[in-house]
Design a protein around this ligand. Structure first.
Ligand SMILES: Cc1ncc(C[n+]2csc(CCOP(=O)(O)OP(=O)(O)O)c2C)c(N)n1
Length: 282
């Protein structure tokens, strides 16, 4: 399967509806995947789902049956603890069989708690230690630019993750090199592990910080597919681009939304049933 962009008319109703249907299915897959493993990061998986769905089913060029295709867009999930969301999206995109999601976090599985490029073709970078994805993405984008390739690099970051200084070294260099083929998307759910970002080490005003590093910065609703696609799909601007995507940690399930303890809490059997009920009727 290739990226689905262009399959539906750009920004038309059907296309947006299709993306929200896919996102609902992905969230159900995440619940089932984490239930089977009894481990995972459900809050951050749900906040980032619509961003990942937009990229994989609306924007990026790739061939899931030919994951090393030279001209593919590069994708890095820097907040690698949300691998259950990435694997659910990759299964739906055809990188591996849907039933293999049941192997999530089993001993020696190719679907480890954090993405591993040596275990799953299509993963571009091993992530999990926060603060590594953007520097690697800068390397990918620099390489593509030097090789005069048209492929783009997309990096998804957590907002808590931005407290790692390595991000700002990478941002500074990307601005300096005018890496217009690089896009960072910040999953701005305002929670990190155990606390709010603004109580821990405040990030606001976040778009201004990126602009001062030479980036074009956009702030939008990270659960609105139309807003996401419009910015993600816009032509190159001569600068790297960042989307501050305002999201809700746990989006889609009432008792998980915006609750800090759900960073990596695992639902009970009854909570699973309730979660799937809510996601099915959303
Ligand atoms: C360098 C490093 N320090 C600490 C951790 C442990 N850790 C995993 S997730 C997380 C919170 C990250 O918060 P955020 O980036 O906002 O992710 P989200 O809320 O979207 O899940 C922490 C501290 C880590 N993975 N890497």
């Amino acid at each position: 399967m290739t990226g689905m962009q262009g399959v539906l008319g750009k920004n038309d109703k059907d296309r947006l509806l299709k993306l929200s249907q896919i996102a609902a299915e992905i969230r159900i897959d995440i619940v089932n995947t984490i239930a089977a493993a009894k481990m995972g990061h459900i809050g951050g998986d749900f906040s980032v789902t619509d961003i990942l769905v937009s990229l994989f089913f609306g924007v990026m060029n790739y061939k899931s049956q030919e994951p090393h295709w030279a001209d593919r867009d590069r994708f890095i999930l820097s907040k690698g603890h949300c691998s259950a969301a990435l694997y659910s999206v990759m299964a739906k995109a055809g990188y591996f069989k849907h039933e293999q999601l049941g192997e999530f976090m089993q001993p020696l599985s190719f679907l480890g708690g954090h993405p591993n490029r040596r275990k799953l073709a299509g993963i571009e970078a091993n992530t999990g230690p926060l603060g590594h994805g953007l520097p690697i993405g800068v390397g990918c984008a620099t390489g593509a630019k030097l090789a005069k390739k048209t492929c783009r690099t997309f990096v998804v970051l957590g907002d808590g993750e931005l407290q790692e200084g390595s991000n700002w070294e990478a941002a500074m260099y990307a601005g300096h090199r005018k890496l217009e083929n690089l896009m960072a998307i910040v999953d701005r759910n305002r929670l990190q592990q155990g606390a709010g970002t603004e109580d821990t080490n405040a990030l606001d005003p976040l778009p201004d910080k990126w602009r001062s590093f030479g980036w074009d910065a956009y702030e939008l609703d990270g659960h609105n597919f139309q807003e996401l696609l419009e910015v993600m799909d816009a032509p190159f601007t001569g600068k790297p681009k960042v989307i501050i995507a305002n999201t809700i940690k746990g989006k889609g399930v009432s008792f998980i939304e915006n609750r800090v303890e759900w960073h990596h809490k695992v639902p009970s059997a009854e909570q699973n049933v309730q979660a799937i009920k809510e996601l099915t009727h959303s």
